[in-house]
Design a protein around this ligand. Structure first.
Ligand code: GAL
Length: 408
């Protein structure tokens, strides 16, 4: 009897020790618990990336109030790589980045910001410079030594099947986990292999769900991915978003060209009206999308600055519950979205029509918001008591209301 008790106690002690060791050995991944916010060089600058541009963008991120509004990552997209040295370590293009990446990362960090970089799960990137295939560990190690905080990992020049994609992404995901520095892993295979089903298991914190977005409302006759095309393709993906794992409907086009004001490099990219940019931003916040802007922060209009720093909308996007919003009601050209929040719910009433549209919304009848709540209008910041709402939405415009549960 005594022997049995001793053996049982021993087994119990061993089990407890093993469980504790496992807990200690598996560090909890606390990266990207809310959708990453930042700036990316792609649409606006493409091959024009350089050390001086990134430093100027970092300065502008601070002086415009973008950093204080929550934008943190400055992500250098394609074209930064110079090649591999004799030890197989990547080095940056010496003309574009003459001071090296470590010095640039130090500068960006000194501003209270983080630095992101780009590579590809093949031998070459989309732009045809050196990619990471076969060098994942050494590249992850190099990025860590430079002080990189975020890796966007593309899929040009790679086989199309899902198994290869998973294997290639997991190889880099594992290398990042071992590199000794927390690095957000952004998977970019454009949604074709349903990455929402496997990207998290490959170590991804966010995954692109679409091809590149362009500064236009919808594709129309043109061969581009307009904002509405992308928005519509997100339906049903809400169940895959959670803290640390986000659907990424690509960059924000806010403040790029602007309809009619266009300095657009390509006539197909018609730009958007201010009202369309407002809806674009609001819809991405409702979707808990990563908020990665790519306009030139050094020359930003006050309209764009105010929109991108709207604290009510950013709070919706960054809510700690980490739920993606979804459409719960349609009526003619009106589309109603809801996003659960840690202390209530956000509702967006969106007018898809190119003409003004009247709307009504009853929180109790239409959305089962039964509890007492204060209602904040995300555009004006005005707070009112819960009750039926009505108004008129401008063409392609929206209203966003935050129903904050009142303490009993
Ligand atoms: C695409 C990617 C873009 C950009 C570009 C760079 O594949 O979707 O966001 O990174 O490559 O060449």
């Amino acid at each position: 009897m005594r022997l049995k008790t001793c053996v049982a106690t021993l087994i119990l002690l061993v089990c407890c020790a093993t469980a504790r060791a496992q807990r200690e050995a598996t560090p909890v991944d606390t990266l990207a618990l809310t959708p990453p916010m930042g700036w990316n060089s792609w649409n606006q600058f493409e091959w024009e990336v350089s050390d001086s541009l990134i430093r100027e963008i970092a300065d502008a991120m601070v002086s415009t109030g973008m950093r204080d509004a929550g934008y943190r990552y400055i992500i250098i997209d394609d074209y930064w790589v110079g090649g591999r040295d004799t030890r197989n370590r990547m080095f940056p293009d010496p003309v574009r980045f003459p001071h090296g990446m470590k010095a640039l990362a130090d500068y960006v960090h000194s501003k209270g910001l983080k630095l992101g970089i780009y590579s590809d799960a093949a031998e070459l990137t989309c732009a045809g410079v050196t990619g990471s295939l076969g060098f994942e560990e050494i590249d992850a190690q190099t990025f860590a030594e430079w002080g990189i905080d975020y890796l966007k990992y593309d899929y040009c020049h790679a086989p199309t099947d899902r198994t290869t994609a998973f294997t290639r992404y997991k190889t880099m995901g594992d290398a990042l986990k071992k590199c000794g520095r927390p690095i957000v892993f952004a998977i970019c295979e454009w949604g074709g292999r349903s990455p929402w089903l496997w990207a998290k298991a490959a170590g991804g914190h966010l995954w692109r769900t679409t091809y590149d977005s362009r500064d236009g409302w919808h594709s129309g006759d043109h061969n581009l991915t307009g904002i509405m095309d992308i928005f519509d393709s997100q339906e049903g993906l809400e169940r895959y978003a959670a803290p640390g794992a986000w659907n990424d409907p690509d960059l924000l086009m806010v403040g790029l060209y602007g309809k009619g004001k266009s300095s657009s490099p390509d006539s197909r990219f018609a730009g958007c009206t201010d009202e369309e940019y407002k809806s674009h931003f609001a819809l991405w916040c409702m979707l808990a999308a990563p908020l990665i802007v790519n306009n030139d922060l050094r020359n930003m209009s006050e309209f764009t600055r105010q929109l991108l720093t709207n604290r009510h909308l950013i709070a919706i996007d960054q809510d700690s519950l980490g739920r993606q919003g979804y459409t719960f009601m349609r009526s003619d050209s009106l589309q109603y979205l809801r996003k659960e929040l840690s202390n209530g719910v956000a509702i967006c009433v969106f007018n898809r029509a190119a003409t003004p549209q009247p709307f009504t919304f009853d929180p109790v009848k239409d959305a089962d918001i039964l509890y007492p709540a204060d209602v904040t209008n995300a555009w004006t910041g005005t707070v009112s008591r819960k009750g039926a709402l009505r108004g008129t939405l401008p063409p392609h415009g929206c209203e966003v209301y935050i129903y904050k549960r009142k303490a009993k």
